[in-house]
Design a protein around this ligand. Structure first.
Ligand code: CMC
Length: 486
């Protein structure tokens, strides 16, 4: 299955008969290579409402006095009552900039996609509470919601699913790239590289002025190919043959099939596993202006193509302080277990400022009460392990760790609570996902959010992201020839 015999990417193999394309363009890909995938369905990704509609200027003004002169700055308020001081003209008028390391108090944009209130533990996608979406929706429906702003009706959902299914194959040449990564290559490094590589197979994606329907095709391709690339990176690591996508399956089931199926065996997706993964992907689908989403917007703001912007987002997510924390959590829990299970010892290490160890899966830049995603995942953890009949000793360690930390003044006074990554790894493990693939799961879940953030940035015609700085280096000096240097 890994060979190059199917140069057409098996165009006839997956597309459901019930989903005929409305419009057929010549069967050539962007780079002129025939790949049988260049079919456009009726556009379904419409422009979303302007995100600034609900950000209103207040009559109240902020006043700032600098060198005896008073400057009045507009105050704006968002649809959920969040307030901001608009400093966009401050430097022009006063010569001053603001300084905010880590952007702890800086709004980089107005956005209509996700609302979160860290003090109250609230998370909404397009107004819908995360608890309701996790309970009732599907990952692809949430992807549609994030991209469009509203839930789809039946016809819109079928079209959206059909468009994504249709692009699930990856070009046969792309698969050969996998052969050149070292055997133990981390799948996040592979995923970031492969997503960036898609831009070379679809060079029209590099044109920032393409019409909407061409941008849509890039979006469909990216959502469709991400699970295929993720599964190939896993199979490659095992030395197993790659599985072609099966387009009769749902998005999540197809991913599980490509991960765990073998060409020699029948593979039936366990609905418990499928439901658990669906829920986890929904919970990860967007989280407003976090490190990786800001990276995607920042890279995209230079008008780099979407594949490259998302590839940069994957790299940002990989870090252990962001999405990489889910891998760190399981490794930490295993280390505690193998060390004899003395949880207090590890809590003390996390509190020790001379020790670099942190409790992974604890703390959040925005949530200062509880992370609503963590609550849902903790409950799902018990449900899924119970239904699968799996008993995982690290779940007990995790629960004890949480209990001890939540009574400890160090964590209480700093408002450090379990975050989305604390329990998610235990579910991934129970459903058979290997530890090094955990952050890849996070990336698959976050993909629609990254794309929605990118799309909003493009539609809002936001300027290139370019922060300023306060220079603290050496002031002007003259060049010294080598012979005169000490
Ligand atoms: N263990 C021990 N101490 C901690 C932890 C932790 N996990 N998190 C924060 N602190 C301490 C930190 O040392 C600091 O103490 P002090 O005030 O004495 O200097 C205080 O709490 C504030 O922390 P911070 O690092 O200034 O807070 P931040 O907003 O810059 O960082 C964070 C947020 C998530 C990076 C951090 O809490 C952390 O490193 N957590 C562990 C990694 C982790 O679980 N990341 C996943 C985040 S959720 C998934 C996602 O969306 O990315």
């Amino acid at each position: 299955m890994t060979g190059r015999q199917d140069r057409t990417c098996g165009a006839s193999s997956g597309r459901p008969a019930s989903f005929p394309p409305r419009l057929r363009t010549p069967a050539r890909s962007d780079n002129g290579v025939r790949d049988g995938r260049d079919v456009t369905f009726a556009p379904v990704l419409t422009e979303t409402h302007s995100t600034t509609d609900h950000a209103q200027a207040m009559s109240e003004k902020a006043k700032i006095i600098l060198e005896g002169k008073t400057y009045e700055l507009p105050v704006i308020v968002g649809s959920e009552g969040e307030k901001a001081i608009d400093i966009s003209r401050l430097r022009e008028e006063s010569g001053y900039i603001t300084l905010d390391l880590g952007y702890k108090n800086t709004g980089a944009t107005t956005s209509a996609i996700t609302f979160l209130d860290g003090e109250e533990g609230i998370l909404h996608y397009r107004g819908y509470p995360i608890e309701q979406l996790a309970e009732k929706s599907t990952f692809l429906e949430v992807a549609y919601l994030l991209l469009h702003g509203d839930l789809p009706n039946k016809r819109q959902m079928e079209e959206f699913q059909g468009n994504i299914r249709y692009h699930s194959l990856v070009h046969e040449d792309l698969k050969r790239f996998f052969e050149f990564f070292p055997n133990n290559a981390h799948p996040m490094g592979i995923l970031s590289a492969m997503v960036n590589s898609l831009s070379t197979f679809y060079p029209k994606s590099q044109d920032p002025h393409r019409p909407m329907k061409d941008r849509e095709r890039t979006i469909f391709r990216l959502i469709a190919k991400m699970p295929t690339l993720a599964a190939i990176s896993y199979k490659n690591n095992l030395g197993h043959p790659y599985m072609y996508p099966s387009n009769k399956l749902s998005y999540v089931d197809n991913f599980l099939y490509m991960m765990f199926g073998l060409p020699t065996e029948e593979y039936h997706v366990d609905p418990v596993v499928s439901d658990a993964l669906n829920k986890l992907l929904i919970l990860h689908a967007d989280h407003e202006q976090n490190c990786s989403a800001s990276t995607v917007r920042m890279v995209g703001s230079s008008q780099a193509n979407l594949y490259s912007a998302v590839s940069a987002g994957i790299a940002a997510l990989w870090g252990p302080l962001h999405g990489g924390a889910n891998q760190e959590v399981i490794e930490m829990l295993e280390t505690i277990r193998n060390d004899g299970g003395d949880i207090q010892k590890w809590v003390n290490k996390a509190k020790d400022k001379n020790d670099p160890f942190r409790l992974f899966g604890f703390g959040h830049r925005v949530y200062k009460n509880f992370d609503p995603r963590a609550r849902i995942i903790k409950k799902a953890c018990d449900d899924v392990l119970g239904k699968l009949g799996v008993s995982d000793p690290v779940l007990d360690i995790a629960k004890q760790l949480e209990e001890i930390a939540l009574k400890d003044d160090y964590f209480v006074s700093r408002k450090l609570y379990p975050n989305v990554d604390f329990y998610s790894g235990i579910i991934y493990r129970a459903i058979g996902i290997p530890t090094r693939m955990f952050t890849v799961m996070f990336a698959m879940g976050r993909l629609p959010g990254w794309i929605a953030q990118w799309k909003e940035m493009v539609e809002n015609k936001e300027p290139i992201g370019r922060p300023r700085q306060i220079y603290t280096g050496i002031t002007k000096r003259d060049y010294v020839p080598m012979k005169d240097r000490p």
